[in-house]
Design a protein around this ligand. Structure first.
Ligand SMILES: [Zn+2]
Length: 72
């Protein structure tokens, strides 16, 4: 299977005239440029930080000391 970009990059247009590209897969700001056309190159070069994503998923603590409710 050929490698294909799975990230999508919505662009955010700032009031100062700059344009941000956001990766919705890893929530990284890919780039912030004055010329929106430049974003395409940054998006091509972008690699999602899966290590960060894994870390985020593991950040949910497991309640080992869950107090048991007294029953009866
Ligand atoms: Zn990404």
């Amino acid at each position: 299977m050929a490698s294909k970009l799975t990230c999508r990059f919505p662009h955010r247009h700032n009031k100062d005239g700059s344009h941000d590209s956001i990766c919705i897969s890893c929530y990284a700001t890919v780039a912030s440029v004055r010329n929106e056309a430049e974003l395409a190159q940054y998006e091509q070069d972008h690699v999602c930080n899966m290590a960060f994503l894994n870390y985020s998923f593991q950040s949910c603590p497991a309640p080992n000391d869950h107090p048991a409710h007294e029953t009866g």
